[in-house]
Design a protein around this ligand. Structure first.
Ligand code: HEM
Length: 542
């Protein structure tokens, strides 16, 4: 309104997430400011239930203080003990869902030394991202940072902030995010996906049962999917095939897969206690975490050395064919914009971030397609037509199959790899009519959002079609955030999306999927959301 159009500048002392006090000049709007996303006629998204009540309480039109935000208990250490005792680290996604149900669409939580404000409505999330600034910041994964500091490794973009982050990020965007880069790596991903399906055909023929050359096999495909994701990552990142679909895949690669898994599982409990403290007391949790990272680093180091020698020797012999693609590593080395140390740091992060993040959603995808045969048939129908018209061009095939893209989006809505996206707003903001000081850690909670009736119609139904067609309204663009948002969104997004879509496409062209049990999957959180027990899938040759 006209009266609050003239915002006033106010100096406020605000409480940062780490408890440090600092003074910020914050833009604080006048009295008649509405809650982020509240619409004039009083309707809220979804229009029903608890959320409406929260806003109704605001009768005096006052912006409520940070302290008034509903919370789960002021003492972080008591909360930490509860988390340990009730094994809540593994069920944090469910804990968040229950807490939103109990406290409404915004709450504060302190666990150990970590405090956050948690939100789930798209309109609030959109308000948060408006204030992320030029150098958006996520919660630092302190155990990862401490490992780099103790071992004297450089940090890659995942762990960097400010101008340092931005300069690495701009270089990496050119190699993995831009459409020119996608054109280069798409055929590599397609080759790996096709080889995977050949391997799967062999396995089903060899071990399956059936007649007239149509066999069926039921098994847990998760170990194969991890191998697929590692093979695909190595091909795109190092420009190298490592033969993981052979009958005797290397033990070294299997060890890498185990190390990433260990590194992920040991991260969450370490987030709530200062890692330096654990280093000093030689806690076994810390030792396991650091050893897992050491393994990841040495695996990457060996591959980088090999690729470096290959590249320099072929350059020396003048045998690098112009236009030949040597993976992301080759591109970064050729361009020479990043030092070798920084290339190593970033490539190692891409490798650590690139395997489980795609292998796990693929398990969920096969399961959901298996237990929803009508959806599976619709997607297959579209994929078949598109593949037939694409003349073997994977890019065209994907472009002609929007339902396949929507399938991946739908899988990540129900099973987001990372259950939250965090930001520290650079100015004060107002969410649900509560004042949030600049510098507060705010988490957009993707798992509860994906399952909220306030945000999605019939949220538990697996329905990729819900993503087709345009949608308008408050925060409509902020319902699918599994890769994060804006300049700091997942840098591996294009690799991940294409890798998953291509694999699903080739599987659907070759097999009918079903599941021996269509009960809901129980999930656990390591650092990423995983099935408690990997689901068995039945693959029937078409
Ligand atoms: C389904 C698969 C994946 C999902 C859902 C996912 C999700 C995410 C999310 C939510 C973020 C934080 C974004 C933000 O703060 O806005 C992120 C960051 C990141 N991801 Fe992924 N990711 C996936 C696959 C990958 C792959 C395949 C790679 C590597 C090839 C990768 C590497 C990274 C890196 C390096 C960052 C840090 C980017 C930065 O800070 O600038 N991710 N990812």
């Amino acid at each position: 309104c006209v009266m609050c159009a003239s915002a006033c500048l106010r100096m406020s002392v605000v409480q940062g997430m780490s408890g440090s006090r600092f003074v910020a000049f914050a833009q604080q709007k006048g009295l008649c400011m509405t809650a982020a996303g509240a619409v004039v006629d009083g309707n809220v998204e979804g229009g029903k239930g608890a959320l409406k009540d929260v806003r109704k309480r605001d009768v005096d039109g006052r912006v409520r203080s940070f302290e008034e935000i509903p919370h789960t208990g002021r003492n972080g250490w008591i909360n930490l003990v509860k988390f340990w005792r009730e094994n809540r680290f593994q069920q944090l996604h469910k804990h968040m869902e229950q807490t939103f149900n109990a406290l409404g669409p915004i709450y504060r939580e302190t666990v150990g030394t970590l405090s956050s404000v948690n939100i789930l409505l798209p309109s609030d999330i959109s308000e948060l991202f408006k204030s992320e600034g030029l150098h958006p910041r996520r919660m630092t994964l302190q155990p990862w940072a401490t490992h780099r500091e103790i071992r004297n490794h450089r940090k890659g973009l995942f762990l960097k902030n400010g101008e340092e982050w931005r300069s690495d990020r701009l270089q990496l965007n050119k190699e993995v995010m831009l459409s020119e880069a996608m054109k280069r790596f798409l055929p590599l991903l397609d080759d790996v996906a096709k080889d995977f399906c050949r391997m799967l055909q062999g396995k089903v023929e060899r071990d399956g049962r059936g007649k007239e050359s149509k066999s069926t096999l039921t098994f847990d495909p998760s170990p194969d999917l991890f191998r697929f994701a590692l093979e695909a990552s190595c091909h795109v990142i190092y420009g190298e095939r490592i033969g993981l679909f052979s009958s005797s895949p290397s033990l070294e690669s299997q060890k890498f897969i185990w190390a990433v898994e260990r590194m992920l599982t040991t991260t969450p409990p370490l987030l709530y206690i200062p890692p330096r403290l654990l280093v000093q007391v030689g806690a076994s949790l810390w030792t396991q975490h650091a050893t897992a990272w050491d393994h990841i680093f040495s695996h990457a180091e060996a591959r980088i050395q090999k690729a470096y020698q290959r590249l320099t020797s072929s350059q020396g012999r003048g045998s690098v064919t112009k236009g030949q693609y040597n993976g992301v590593l080759g591109q970064l080395m050729e361009k020479g914009q990043l030092s070798l140390d920084l290339i190593k740091a970033n490539i190692t992060e891409l490798m650590a971030g690139g395997v489980d993040t795609t292998a796990v959603p693929l398990q969920f995808a096969l399961f959901e397609l298996g237990r929803n045969p009508e959806v599976q048939d619709m997607v297959r129908q579209q994929v078949r037509t598109s593949w037939a018209q694409a003349g073997g061009d994977p890019r065209k095939a994907l472009q002609g199959a929007p339902l396949l893209k929507a399938t991946v989006k739908e899988v990540l809505r129900l099973y987001p790899v990372g259950i939250t996206v965090q930001r520290y707003p650079v100015t004060d903001i107002v969410l649900q009519n509560y004042h949030i000081p600049a510098g507060t850690m705010v988490q957009a909670c993707l798992y509860p959002m994906g399952r909220s009736t306030q945000v999605f119609e019939d949220p538990l139904r697996f329905d990729p079609g819900r993503w087709l067609g345009s949608r308008r309204g408050d925060g409509a663009g902020f319902r699918s955030l599994s890769f994060g948002f804006g300049a700091r969104q997942c840098v591996g997004r294009r690799i991940a999306e294409n890798e998953m879509q291509l694999l699903l496409m080739h599987i659907l062209l070759n097999f009918r999927l079903s599941v021996p049990s269509s009960d809901d999957l129980k999930t656990n959180l390591t650092l990423i959301l995983q099935p408690e027990t990997p689901p068995k899938i039945t693959f029937s040759q078409l």
